[in-house]
Design a protein around this ligand. Structure first.
Ligand code: PLP
Length: 362
């Protein structure tokens, strides 16, 4: 919808200037192979479905009454699984909401927030939204974070690890190096993809009073449709997030989200089996694409970032799309010759490889 300047006079002036985040599309095409938004190709634990059904059995009260504003049952389940105290846990409506509260709680400072030029594209959006000053630091030519760049005066640091969309793991010792160099600013590690092969910085939380680790149930727990994210940090940082949350929405976690996520955190065996499957499928797909001539960055995530030197990436994305396969293409400097491809089941990945081999690269 096109809004005219006259209609826009009703908008708050700063809203007129916003450049909102554009999520990956969710098209309704038959026989679609959707490898564009890093969802998990497998369903959540069967125990999740049972937990939701139980709520429906008592739906009158479950729907009539407000949910627990503190989501304490969920915080306890996360604390147990992450081996931290419940005071170390904050939960929100998807890690996007947790990140929004993080920006408000910590990053509105005199000095700029530091983050890489290629990273999760919501960070510039939140920065604009909350009036956060930023300094963008380029990744090196191999798309790696340059640790020494993060040793300059700053008002906070946010790093996705493994990074998105590059899929590269920075490693825990580099993260610790950054934490030690910045004792007076909050360092946030966004671990949306950590369960697919990187080491979590949660193990550092008790030692660093400036660390916030953010995770989600959307990828490794197959719960993107529920919207459950969380942060782990020392209690003085969690208190700031609670203050922001309780100034915005007292009940961000609905009853279904709480019960389903609890069931997911309690089924560790399913979580580990499914993640191992995705990792095995990733390694197989990387080998197959490399054979077709693709250059694939080393991935520790449930997606890969790949380029084909002989073909324009934008064209490749369109040709796949014409055949019902959607991958993510970013028409942005430095990465406009790459495709971000979510790892599907082995069968789905095979369809991608066969389509490339037999229909596009012939
Ligand atoms: C790096 C990163 N952080 C956070 C998110 C948000 O995840 P959610 O809001 O589903 O928890 C995403 C989603 O794609 C992501 O890629």
């Amino acid at each position: 919808m096109k809004i005219t300047a006259e209609q826009m006079r009703f908008w708050s002036p700063e809203v007129r200037e916003l450049e909102p985040y554009v999520p990956g599309e969710q098209p309704k095409i038959q026989n679609l192979l959707k490898l564009n938004t890093n969802e998990n190709p497998y369903p959540p634990s069967p125990k999740v479905v049972e937990a939701v059904q139980k709520i429906l059995e008592n739906s009158a009260d479950a729907l009539r009454l407000y949910p627990d504003p503190d989501a304490s049952e969920l915080k306890q389940a996360i604390a147990k699984q992450q081996k931290v105290a419940v005071e170390n846990v904050f939960v929100g409506n998807g890690s996007d909401e947790v990140l929004a509260h993080i920006f408000k709680a910590f990053f509105i400072q005199e000095l700029p927030l530091l983050y890489p030029d290629i990273t999760y594209s919501f960070y510039p959006v939140y920065s604009q939204f909350f009036g956060v000053k930023t300094k963008v630091l380029p990744l090196n030519d191999d798309f790696e974070i340059v640790v020494d760049d993060y040793k300059q005066p700053n008002g906070g640091i946010i790093i996705t690890n493994p990074n998105a969309p590059t899929s590269i793991d920075l490693g825990l010792s580099a993260i610790e190096d950054i934490l030690q160099a910045n004792p007076n600013s909050v360092v946030v590690i966004d671990e949306a993809y950590v369960d697919f092969g990187a080491e979590s910085a949660v193990s550092l939380v008790q030692r660093y009073d400036n660390l916030v680790v953010c995770q989600t149930t959307s990828k490794s727990r197959s719960l993107a449709g529920l919207r459950v994210g969380f942060a782990i940090a020392q209690p003085h940082l969690i208190a700031a997030l609670e203050a922001v949350k309780n100034s915005f929405n007292s009940y961000p976690m609905d009853r279904f989200a709480i019960a389903a996520a609890v069931a997911s955190f309690e089924d560790q065996a399913y979580f580990e089996t499914q993640n191992a499957k995705v990792i095995a499928s990733r390694e197989k797909l990387v080998a197959q694409l490399s054979e077709l001539g693709f250059k694939v960055l080393p991935s520790s995530a449930n997606f890969i970032f790949a380029s084909l030197p002989s073909k324009d990436a934008g064209e490749l994305a369109s040709e796949l799309r014409e055949r019902g396969i959607i991958v993510r293409y970013f028409n942005k400097p430095r990465i406009n010759q790459f495709l971000r491809i979510t790892i599907g089941t082995d069968e789905q990945n095979q369809r991608l490889v066969d389509t490339l081999k037999n229909e596009i690269l012939v």
